[in-house]
Design a protein around this ligand. Sequence first.
Ligand SMILES: Cc1cc2nc3c(=O)[nH]c(=O)nc-3n(C[C@H](O)[C@H](O)[C@H](O)COP(=O)(O)O)c2cc1C
Length: 345
Amino acid sequence: MADLSTNYLGLKLKNPVIVGSSGMSGTVAGVKHAAENGAGAVVLKSIFEEQILHEMDGYLNESQNDNGNSFHKGYQSVLNEREYDYDEAYQYLTDHAKDLTLRKFLSFVAEAKKAVDIPVIASINCTSAYDWHYFARRIEEAGADALELNVYVLGSNTMKNSAENEKVYFDIIEAVLKQVKIPVSLKMGFYFSGLATTAIELSKTGIGGLVLFNRPFHPDIDINSLETHAKYMLSDPSEYSHVLRWIALLSGRTECQLVATTGIHTAETAIKQLLAGATAVEVVSAMYKHGYPVISEIVNGIGKWMDEKGYATIDDFRGKMNQQSIKNPAEFERVQFMRLYSEIV
Ligand SMILES: Cc1cc2nc3c(=O)[nH]c(=O)nc-3n(C[C@H](O)[C@H](O)[C@H](O)COP(=O)(O)O)c2cc1C
């Protein structure tokens, strides 16, 4: 029987199938199910920067200052306020609200860690470098084996240029790495004009892994109610191909490990990502669709394929199909269906 074990972020995983961050890993019971179904590791549901700010906002809303004026300044103004104008009372209230949220999360990390014997990776969803070093250190103290930073800058702010948007990623990493000893990975977005260069530069910052990519919320418009709503919460199995391209292109070029996530619903797509150069894969939507047992199906499927192909270890085939190893490297950079289009008249 093939040996599926792999080393990710300096942690020994019994296989490369990681349960990705979501509601499926948002409770201790969920984390236990993930482990019972053979996951190599689990990334806990993120603590969100917005979640903390929102709770701070609610807390501030209920509080009154000495003049009887509401402390409530609205969510946006809390965002603005945090950059300047801290009076002592305001600071106390925001710290208190932040602590309540964080304490709940820390006890979840500690309980999850106690409940399973697979690596537990905590996740922070951040949009700025503000205060995250503080959360990261507390999460490390709670016992997380590693930390996955989920950063997404859409690039929609017309007042910011691309260099400023990219700087957010570097600032967050720098602030967190100063504070923790546990390994850190970055789950990044893909809206960069120079995606390959940025990913390579990010890989040099001291992080242990790049998780490609976080999957954005898909907004949609209801043409009858004229309201907006979220669509495509769960990925489609065809979505793996976008990530496959970038894993293949970046494999062998980064100074840290690569993890594939999005659209991995089967052993076949997991194997493709490993062949392209991924150290591991993260799975979420497939679990929402088919339950936790899909994890063991993917793990067993990888083992069966390895046995059939005569691969004894994951390293025997990892990266075998990355851009640097295939006969036609241009294949992963092709973006137009030139031949196909010209044949369709
Ligand atoms: C319901 C739901 C909740 C999620 N929550 C988080 C989260 O808290 N933190 C995070 O980094 N990603 C979160 N994600 C994104 C997943 O971790 C993953 O990146 C994305 O779903 C793509 O992988 P998939 O195709 O296997 O679903 C969530 C996804 C779903 C569907």
